[in-house]
Design a protein around this ligand. Sequence first.
Ligand SMILES: NC(=O)c1ccc[n+]([C@@H]2O[C@H](COP(=O)([O-])OP(=O)(O)OC[C@H]3O[C@@H](n4cnc5c(N)ncnc54)[C@H](OP(=O)(O)O)[C@@H]3O)[C@@H](O)[C@H]2O)c1
Length: 246
Amino acid sequence: MAKNVVVNGSRRNFLRSAALLAALPLVARAAHPPGGVQLKIATIGAGRIGGTLGSLWVKAGHPVMFSSRHPEELKGLVEGLGPLAHAGTVEEAIAFGDVVLLAVPYRAMPQIGKDFARPLATKVLVLDATNPFPGRDGEIATWARGKGAALASAELLPGVRLVRAFNAIGAGRLPEFSQRPGERTGMPMAGDDANAIAVASLLVREIGLEPVLIGPLAMGRHLIPGSPLAGERTPDEIRKIAATLK
Ligand SMILES: NC(=O)c1ccc[n+]([C@@H]2O[C@H](COP(=O)([O-])OP(=O)(O)OC[C@H]3O[C@@H](n4cnc5c(N)ncnc54)[C@H](OP(=O)(O)O)[C@@H]3O)[C@@H](O)[C@H]2O)c1
């Protein structure tokens, strides 16, 4: 089980990860997930990226609550996924999850921070898949790009254990990775909290990708569509590119 959450292969991280998984508040030993650990996951946003990732984690054996401002519209999605899938309001999903995925247009982030930063700060991991696009999201996106999207999210969500990941790979490609033979495609990630990174790594591996930590959360400014790290690359390619970035 614990071997699935080693981030860089070091024994120190292995032990830290094992300790983390033992300490998770709602981790049940489960037969189904390949990692042997069942995590309750909440998605804030259940569109292309939130709906896809949540579905893949349900298929990996995790209970997932999908949320949006219109949870009644998620009925078809959850019925198709079976008993591990649930739909709720954003508040209900945050109460449900040990892990939360942020998958909303960036313009929603200030309100989410204002309403939910405190409960989100109690979570083991908040995965930030959001991207700021000024044309779509307005002035908040211009501000976030200037600051770097990862640090901008951290400012909007004080105290939250953020890991930035899944930002620059098309949602439509994600279901393929677990079926693909050969070397895994890498998933660049950035974060500051070792435990959060370990849990994120487990969730990345479970959908057939290989986590590659490119550095602390500040490096998450490079995890955005159009950056040199965007798209599909091997773990080695990601490491080489990341080494050239500041
Ligand atoms: N699509 C991709 O391939 C992809 C890949 C990587 C990253 N991203 C990033 O992920 C984010 C979501 O993209 P997407 O393509 O999944 O968008 P999408 O398909 O339009 O889905 C957005 C989701 O967010 C919900 N939402 C919007 N405002 C909300 C709010 N204030 N509170 C709670 N939920 C809210 C929407 O539901 P309601 O309207 O019902 O509330 C919907 O479920 C964006 O920041 C995007 O840049 C997308």
